[in-house]
Design a protein around this ligand. Structure first.
Ligand code: PLP
Length: 289
């Protein structure tokens, strides 16, 4: 079952008119919330980010917080699986094609919930490969826009190299990856770029920073130069679906040095464990460690 404009229906029956501005212009915003044991993880933070994306794009928010929570709870209850990824998007609605905003058009709301696949054990234990590229996306990446062609093309670069992510640099500085935020470890200190219009403010990024602060793990939110990332002891990516994942080769070169070269590092192991404990505590879900 999916949700479309006020109704629950089978996905095969869900239809959106071709003049929907999401289809024509990519004129919409979205969220993806992981659900563990049928409990949405950090839902309030995702709803806050959705509200911000809607405000930035001046798309009317059709529902109150309470209504969003209720619709999502109903959709989660209708799925046969325990762990889910709830995807929801709001577009500016259906109107004759014209770049200017239409008057009095109702936004289109579509929500689906798919089985959530946790990162495979092998990826956690061995890490994954990444490639790098210049960040050629627009400069409002803090908006979770459905216009993802820039991210799609960048992600495809890694896919075609057999890698899992594409790490992005703008003017010699790390921004993020095609669908994740990025942290590095240098000299025992975890570092990640500050929030700005050049990166998506990740919910997982916030969880990781909270865990680091709460557990006294040395870290600094500061700009990271490309040269610093390339010389880092560890590189990780974070997102709702990838959780925290170690990048163990970048552009075919092993990340880190000594016995940890090309393998997930000790700081990653600690933070991964903290993340799993936190998930288990908050969701009362099994620990995937
Ligand atoms: C470009 C980009 N950056 C970062 C993230 C991570 O965000 P979150 O932790 O909220 O999933 C995503 C997630 O989809 C993303 O698409």
């Amino acid at each position: 079952m999916v949700f479309l404009n006020g109704k629950f229906l089978p996905i095969e029956e869900a239809r959106v008119p071709v003049l929907d501005r999401g289809f024509i212009f990519g004129d919409g915003v979205y969220e993806l919330v992981p659900v563990y044991s049928r409990v949405p993880f950090r839902l309030e933070e995702h709803l806050t980010r959705l509200e911000r994306s809607l405000a930035e794009t001046r798309i009317r928010n059709p529902y109150s917080r309470a209504e969003w929570r209720d619709i999502i709870a109903q959709l989660v209850a209708k799925q046969p699986y325990e762990d889910q990824g709830v995807y929801f998007q709001v577009t500016r609605g259906v109107a004759k094609r014209d770049h200017s905003f239409p008057q009095d058009t109702a936004p289109t709301v579509f929500i689906m919930s798919n089985p959530l696949v946790n990162p495979p054990r092998e990826a956690v234990e061995r890490g994954v490969e990444a490639v790098s590229a210049q960040d050629n996306r627009w400069h409002r990446c803090n908006i979770k826009s459905i216009s993802l062609i820039g991210n799609v093309l960048l992600r495809q670069l890694s896919d075609e190299s057999g890698a899992t992510e594409t790490i992005l640099f703008l003017d010699g500085m790390l921004t993020e990856a095609s669908a994740c935020n990025v942290f590095v470890v240098r000299g025992g200190v975890i570092q990640g770029p500050p929030k700005s219009n050049l990166i998506l403010p990740g919910i997982t990024y916030d969880v990781v920073l909270e865990l680091l602060a709460g557990n006294g793990v040395p870290h600094a939110v500061r700009p990271v130069a490309e040269s610093e990332l390339r010389a880092a002891d560890e590189i990780w990516v974070t997102s709702s679906s990838r959780e925290v994942m170690a990048i163990t080769t970048l552009d075919g070169k092993a990340v880190g040095r000594g016995e940890h070269a090309g393998r997930p590092g000790p700081v990653f192991a600690r933070v991964y464990a903290l993340y799993q404990q936190y998930k288990a505590k908050v969701m009362r879900a099994p620990v995937h460690a």
